[in-house]
Design a binder for this molecule. Sequence first.
Ligand code: FA5
Length: 370
Amino acid sequence: MVPRVYVPWGNVGYVFLYKGGIIMSLRKELEDLKLKVSQQIEQAKTLKELDDIRVDTLGKKGPITKVLRGMKDLSADERPIVGASANEIRDALITQIKEKKHELEMQALNDALAQESIDVTLPSRRVKRGVRHILSQTQEEIEDIFLSMGYKIVEGFEVESDHYNFERMNLPKGHPARDMQDTFYISEEILLRTHTSPVQARVMEEHDFSKGGLRMISPGCVFRRDTDDATHSHQFHQIEGLVIDKGITMGDLKGTLEFVIKKIFGDERQIRLRPSFFPFTEPSVEIDVSCFKCEGKGCNVCKYTGWIEILGAGMVHPKVLKMSQIDPEVYAGFAFGLGQERIAMLRFGINDIRGFYTNDMRFSEQFARL
Ligand code: FA5
């Protein structure tokens, strides 16, 4: 018979101590382990470190498992006591690991938030305020003048057909005036429009004249195979104008454009009409404005003529009316086309058309407060 003595063992209560001291030895081993691992857990700095401790202590090859395996050497009475004790230590370590894990996770989160945090006292990065492009400003100003006279604004197509760009403007294939408006072709019949005049034909054929006459302007981008220089661009902007009604005369054309030009360039300006040629108007004119730099005396701006050419105009050609099913015996009209760049250059003393397109803020900012 092996001598047995009851000894106190932590929370477990009392255990047998018998010869050979197996239980005492296991107890010591477990208590030491708990202390050691508990300290390691407390000192763990990262989740990885903590997980390594968990695997080393509680994993298959860990000491707790080893103790539990050693229980086979105990008697049936002693086994539950040692088992309960080992389980208690294991549960305590698991709880401690869980708490530490939560603590480390919160710490990691706080660290991340601290790094992401915004210093609201830092002055913000200034967003540079843009300015309306001078061409847009010019266009809007001219639109406003025409809107005040009851004109409507119509948008056309930049990609146009040969039919509307040329044929309907009385420029049949082979017409010599086509040479002055060579363009970029998408196919033999489809091209980038060379002027805003094709909008005339599109609007004329859609307008319901039983409801009254037609007054419209159409601003937009046009394209020509012109070599870029200080006064020419392969892509520029025009504003087309068209009025069709019963009894429209050259007097209406002159009065209207004089009013508009004075609004743009000032009341003291004079205009003059010079005979010209466009296949889609008859008669055709170029309209000049008296030079605002030299007051008509002659200077470098007006090339010493006292006058500056600003737009082409004329009475709508009867053929153009007929092609849009409008009877020239009943209706008449005038049309005009102006270059927006030309107007802006003259008004603001811009001496190179390329300034409009180079996206240089120093150029645009000059017109910020106009
Ligand atoms: C025309 O384009 C006619 N469609 C205008 C018209 C409409 C006349 C209705 C009669 C009735 P023109 O080719 O002259 O006309 O061009 C009109 C304006 O566009 C010119 O006065 C000029 O200011 C501008 N322009 C012409 N070519 C260029 C270019 N390459 N670069 C910049 N502006 C240009």
